[in-house]
Ligand binder design. Sequence first.
Ligand SMILES: *Cc1c(COP(=O)(O)O)cnc(C)c1O
Length: 485
Amino acid sequence: MSYKTEDAIDEEKPDVSVSGTGRNDALAWAAPSRSTADYRALDAAHHIHPFSDMGSLNRAGSRVIVKARGVYLSDSDGNRIIDGMAGLWCVNVGYGRKELADAAYRQMRELPYYNTFFRTTHPPVIELSALLAELTPQPFTHFFYCNSGSEGNDTVLRIVHQYWAAQRKPRKFVIARKNAYHGSTIAGATLGGMAYMHEQMPSKVENIVHIDQPYFFGEAASDQTPEEFALARAQQLEAKILDLGADNVAAFIGEPFQGAGGVIFPAATYWPEIQRICRKYEVLLVADEVIGGFGRTGEWFAHQYFGFEPDLITLAKGLTSGYVPMGAVGLHDRVARALIGNGDFNHGFTYSGHPVAAAVALANLKLLRDERIVERVKADTGPYFQRKLRQTFAGHPIVGEISGAGLVAGVQLAEEPLRRKRFANGGDVGAMCRDFCFNGNLIMRASDDRMLLSPPLVISRLEIDEIVSKAKTAIDATARELGAL
Ligand SMILES: *Cc1c(COP(=O)(O)O)cnc(C)c1O
């Protein structure tokens, strides 16, 4: 099969300022048009940031990021910062890839927008769907598009209920997990079991219930093995299904590994048991692959890493490497067949399958495939990163565990690592460590008392060394501040 979209367009040289492959060029720094102080004042005066306390942020002043190449960011003061988070887990191919800028430019010239509502379609969305069908594991045949992971999970709810309605067997409940993250729309936040997101407003989406998460370090009994604990947590699903009524549960949704919740990797016993239970009660199994998808674990999709087969997958982030917004839901052939030919699917967005986003996604996926980036994560940089982290923090006085695979990792900060005793003020300790990272020009995120890393998948061994050594410096500084080193 061939992808002809680009050939069909005249080969006029695009006039875009992104240059080089982005991997190896030095991060040239052109002075931005305003001073940092001016940027900060205007930002404080007019911009509300996501998930932020604007009062304290405005007092401290935001960091102004002006440029990026490869795995490095540059701020308005000319500091070079290594991005250990690939933006928000999304810039899988790294910053500054000309191929993606060219694809967007060409598509904007050719067809900047058209919808896919009223019996119309267009080449980029057709090519993207065909390529996704090829890159996803066997049974995923159909794709629905949206603009984000949150909208993807809203879409999942619509599909799940339509699936059961189409069979004249409506089922009411969807089961999710505490400390999950499924986005910030009302449905996304209801699915995600992050309590602080619910406290803000009284309304939620109805009929969504939660079971406990497979967070061994924080929640296992002292005599449980990781395997026993994960199995027990999976079996909560069966208990919950029986509690709600076996033919009243439409779906279960989970991130193969929890991302924002702390890069929590369940033991190998977890997902096979979840899958067994879903099959037994015919509950649809949804994998939220928004972070895990497109190579993060060294497999194309995280459910392949954990060895299970979902009925639906939510995609976003790495789908376009964050260059433009796009999300999608992948449907198992069985689900697609139930949906197709059963009347209208009453759901869609103005920008569903947006041609520019689709063209960028297509260029991005071709890079991941043709440069064998995922294979390199699996065979080389992933194992190197995991080994390096584990060696560096072995026996560290405030590091309780390293979780992760491929190019994603969580570092658990703990008061007594060997006894799995967490800090009473873990959130403050994490924030302190994050500030040390920030000042050391490393982007490393804190989720409560876990420090998270998820760098661009094109990162080199040398750059991994830099991240790990900067993380060590910050975690050592945190330990010293706490009197533990
Ligand atoms: C980021 C994320 C989402 C939400 O995606 P948005 O594009 O921010 O709406 C959903 N699920 C998971 C697992 C995520 O990490």
